[in-house]
Design a protein around this ligand. Structure first.
Ligand SMILES: [Zn+2]
Length: 199
């Protein structure tokens, strides 16, 4: 390896470390927090370093949870920003960033999928959504991307985009199931809180 290349490589490592240290895990809001029902606002103007710092925090928070997708509103920021990583666990991380995502086409064919949500912990139920969608969004660098999605990607992006409208996956279920899910989450949280107090 040439001296120049060695220098570049070590600089790179240094940068990556500094960048990782700068990220922070933020608390994830859970139901029935009214903030989760808010409609998020579009990012106006270019995607800035401030937005990228938010995306890094979101990603760190999502990986730590662990989850495969997170919308900014889930950490209390009402902006139309989503992070996602649907790569299989054993494979290298493939973070994805979506700013102002829009669904420009959805298939008539629908598919049921068992969904869960970091804001509705430990609750899983089947939701039926379009099987394929075409979406338009800005990536981390602010470039406009048009992309087709199917399978888990289609499910995840539609679930996360629902968050931007203040809709949770349990809002697609019957009232009975929704109320019972919220009750279970509240009960689990009360139990966790009292365990903490006992310690
Ligand atoms: Zn969710």
């Amino acid at each position: 390896m040439s001296e120049a290349l060695r220098k570049v490589r070590s600089l790179d490592v240094l940068c990556e470390e500094t960048y990782l240290k700068a990220m922070a895990i933020r608390p994830i809001l859970t139901v029935p927090d009214p903030v989760l029902k808010q409609r998020s606002k579009p990012v106006v103007g270019p995607v800035t370093d401030e937005h990228r710092a938010l995306m890094d925090d979101m990603l760190e928070t999502m990986y730590a949870a662990p989850g495969v997708g997170l919308a900014a509103i889930q950490i209390g920021v009402p902006l139309r920003i989503i992070v996602m990583d649907i790569s299989p666990k054993e494979e290298e991380k493939q973070p994805r960033f979506f700013v102002n995502p829009e669904i420009v086409w959805a298939s008539e064919e629908t598919k049921p999928w068992e969904e869960g949500c970091l804001s509705v912990p430990d609750i899983y139920d089947e939701v039926e959504r379009p099987a394929q969608v075409k979406l338009k969004y800005l990536n981390r660098d602010g470039q406009e991307i048009v992309e087709d999605a199917e399978g888990l990607f289609a499910v995840c992006i539609q679930h996360e985009m629902d968050h931007l409208e203040g809709t949770l996956f349990i809002d697609h279920l019957s009232r009975l199931k929704r109320d019972s899910a919220i009750k279970k989450v509240k009960k689990a949280e009360r139990e966790r809180a009292s365990e903490g107090a006992a310690l």
